[in-house]
Design a protein around this ligand. Structure first.
Ligand code: B1M
Length: 210
């Protein structure tokens, strides 16, 4: 098995100690940092995404894998000039107004970061005006909104309307998710997409940005 395959396997198993040791060994051996990311760390996380979506991996395991991936990335990052660091796109994300649930959103963030997206995480209880301000300031390609309460999902519609009012709606793609959200609701409020889980959300962003 090559070091790349071993590193991918280490990420899949969520072994952050192993990720640190092998990434450092590969750096010391002069392996290209971008290859360490793409063929080792990200390759492993891609498998995690597929397995999680299929129900073969669970939330705590995915979090361990994401941590293993981050451990490797942190070692490699200083060796890569900013211009070389691959960015899949910029995503502004938050849990909507009145809603404090963020475990799922954090998972979405981890998965997207692992896939090379630049994430601006606004946090929880984010009102439409703050999303609008975030779009003006950060100019993301995608806005992601999360809601876990049936009472707060309506704030997603308010945010879409607020973006329209400010003339910003056509500058970004909007994706939504969270336990009570459906594709039908996404269509109803004029979002560009809905994802039932973190892996699908990441794929959706890739598709919308492409
Ligand atoms: Co709350 N809670 N909670 N809660 N809570 C639920 C959601 C609830 C279903 C429990 C129940 O009654 N059975 C219920 C909602 C009922 C409803 O509206 N239909 C509920 C309630 C009522 C409440 C309170 C009102 C309780 C009270 O105070 N009376 C209160 C509200 C507080 C508030 O938000 N204002 C409350 C509080 C809390 C805690 C603070 C205690 C805690 C949250 C801690 C935290 O998040 N930091 C909590 C928790 C943990 C839950 C449950 C048990 C678990 C949620 C979770 O983390 N799931 C939940 C019951 C349940 O779901 N079994 C419940 C794991 C997580 C990985 O899944 O968040 O679905 P999930 O995320 C998934 C997908 O949905 C998707 O990807 C994720 C990963 O695959 N996804 C996206 C999520 N966001 C996405 C965004 C995307 C795309 C995909 O694109 C941008």
């Amino acid at each position: 098995m090559s070091d790349f395959d071993s590193l991918a396997q280490i990420v899949i198993s969520g072994d952050f100690g192993g990720a640190k040791t092998l990434t450092q060994k590969m750096i010391d051996n002069g392996v290209d940092p971008l290859e360490i990311i793409n063929q080792g760390l990200m390759a492993g996380m891609n498998v995690v995404g597929v397995r999680f979506k299929a129900g073969d991996m669970y939330v705590p395991e995915v979090m361990m894998s994401a941590r293993a991936m981050s451990t490797g990335i942190e070692l490699v990052k200083p060796l890569i000039a900013d211009k070389d660091m691959p960015s899949a796109g910029k995503v502004l994300i938050g849990t909507v107004k009145g809603d404090l649930h963020d475990i799922g959103k954090k998972l979405v963030v981890m998965m997207m970061e692992s896939a090379g997206f630049e994430i601006i995480d606004l946090g929880v209880d984010i009102d439409p005006a703050t999303f609008v301000k975030g779009v003006k300031e950060h100019k993301p390609q995608v806005i992601g909104m999360s809601a876990l309460l049936t009472t707060t999902m309506l704030s997603m519609k308010d945010t879409v309307e607020a973006l329209k009012k400010e003339g910003l709606r056509d500058t970004v793609k909007i994706i939504i998710g969270g336990a009570p959200i459906t594709q039908g609701f996404a269509d109803q409020i004029g979002a560009d997409g809905y994802a039932p889980d973190a892996a699908t959300a990441t794929e959706l962003c890739r598709r919308l940005i492409a």
